[in-house]
Write a protein that binds this ligand. Structure first.
Ligand SMILES: Cc1cc2nc3c(=O)[nH]c(=O)nc-3n(C[C@H](O)[C@H](O)[C@H](O)COP(=O)(O)O)c2cc1C
Length: 434
């Protein structure tokens, strides 16, 4: 049976991605971009569609009001800004898409539209923007705000931000650049327009002072999970990052919902690729996980509890981590992940320590085993879901890279489930190849 052909992205950060583990020797060497240049080359050789950098603007202290565990484990910080890294990675690659996160809550639209246009030029049309509204109060404090506005308002602002950005990117028509030495005209001024944007949140006269970039505008990505977030995604995004909570049925329902919403916005749903974030666990020796040492378990626990404290907006230090998951925990942030944890406490007697001491990022779906087994599991799930791909979690899993690119990917390629070559050159062309 022919498999559903799917897209592959690699999810990482401009940070100390191999800490803890066998990457300790990296120290601060990753900060000059050399590590990620090698990574991009490796992923391009494996024909990944893109590499995507998450980002945030805080040092985490939600757990116990202390920065200690975040900094000790390099969990949420330190992180450098991924935007300038994209052109650095582009220098040694020619096809792989390069996507970075930037917040619509903190950037002024003109600055970000210009920056992304510049990066699309520097990468010759391989740039993408993961649009986030940011969810950490401390980030608001870093920008002189007392608090974050409610999520729905942040999305209203983001919608306007994207609309304004599009108008700025389109303020230069195709063909505005003439560079005619005979007439002495560099740019045809009749093809460059003011936009006089007057919104509820932003105003901008325009035009952008940058040449139209190779893709016209970067590929837009987003990960809406709430009703409002899904609408924002379906209206604006070309790559949508989904979670796998709810298993195959949940994945399918999410994709169907996004596609339905996109149609209601007058879009062709096939122009949208939904990719699901997942870790993979490749165990060469008979497909069995190696026993985790106590030190590994402790470091996974610290990493996961800091991540969860921040993303769920819960101070887990206030709860007994060795008792069955307390049922009275209240999340300020996303609630569905917390409900799964409470259920594991109620029905299986699991403690927070049990849940947080396993390998990072457990999604409830099992993509573990030998390279062949992992490939088979990925294909089986994608066949059922119907599209459009996976976003393989990289941070913390870098030691698996050789098994991923030399084992899992060739097995997927052999089965015809992923690409073996790029025919397009820009990121948008590559995403629309199938
Ligand atoms: C794969 C993935 C990557 C994400 N990356 C970031 C990120 O880099 N920075 C950030 O602030 N939020 C990030 N988010 C959070 C989303 O932007 C979004 O807020 C979240 O999925 C919840 O959806 P909602 O805002 O509709 O509730 C990410 C979410 C997912 C699923």
């Amino acid at each position: 049976m022919a498999h559903t052909k799917f897209h592959l992205g690699y999810f990482t950060k401009f940070g100390a991605t191999s800490w803890p583990g066998d990457g300790k020797e990296f120290g601060s060497q990753w900060t000059d971009g050399s590590y990620h240049k090698e990574l991009a080359k490796m992923l391009e050789a494996a024909k990944f569609d893109f590499i995507l950098f998450e980002d945030s603007l805080i040092v985490g202290d939600r757990y116990g009001g202390s920065m200690e565990l975040d900094l000790k484990n390099a969990t949420l910080s330190p992180k450098l800004d991924p935007l300038p890294l994209l052109p650095v990675m582009a220098q040694d690659t020619s096809h792989i898409g390069l996507i970075a996160t930037a917040s619509t809550t903190f950037y002024p639209p003109y600055l970000l539209a210009r920056l992304l246009s510049t990066i699309d030029s520097l990468t010759k049309g391989r740039a993408g923007w993961n649009m986030v509204t940011s969810s950490e109060k401390n980030a608001a404090l870093n920008f002189g705000m007392d608090k974050l506005l409610p999520p729905t308002v942040r999305y209203d602002i983001a919608d306007e931000f994207v609309e304004l950005s599009r108008q700025l990117w389109d303020s230069w028509e195709d063909g505005a650049l003439v560079a005619n030495t005979e007439t002495g005209v560099y740019v045809d001024h009749t093809k460059v327009h003011t936009i006089n944007f007057e919104g509820e949140h932003f105003r901008s006269r325009g035009p952008l002072n940058a040449l139209r970039c190779p893709q016209g505008h970067p590929v837009l990505c987003q990960a809406g999970a709430s009703e409002r977030g899904r609408d924002f995604s379906a209206k604006n995004a070309e790559v949508i990052l989904g979670m796998m909570t709810g298993g195959v049925a949940g994945m399918k329902a999410y994709r169907d919902d996004i596609r339905r919403r996109a149609e209601s916005f007058g879009r062709n749903p096939d122009d949208i690729k939904v990719v699901y974030l997942t870790p993979v666990h490749i165990y060469p020796d008979g497909g069995e996980p190696p026993e985790m040492s106590d030190a590994d378990k402790q470091s996974a626990f610290e990493h996961n509890i800091v991540m969860a404290s921040s993303s769920l907006d819960v101070d887990f230090s206030l709860y007994d981590v060795d008792a069955p998951v307390p049922q009275d925990i209240v999340a300020g942030g996303h609630t569905s992940a917390l409900e799964h944890m409470k259920k594991a406490g109620r029905e299986e007697g699991k403690s927070l320590r049990d849940l947080f001491s396993t390998a990072k990022g457990a999604s409830g779906m099992d993509f573990s085993g030998t390279a062949e087994q992992v490939a088979d599991k990925l294909m089986a799930v994608m066949d059922e879901v119907g599209g459009d791909g996976f976003l393989i979690e990289g941070s913390g899993y870098n030691r698996q890279l050789p098994d991923l690119v030399n084992g899992v990917i060739p097995a997927l390629q052999k089965a015809g489930a992923v690409r073996t070559e790029y025919s397009g050159t820009t990121l948008r062309e590559i995403l629309r190849e199938f």
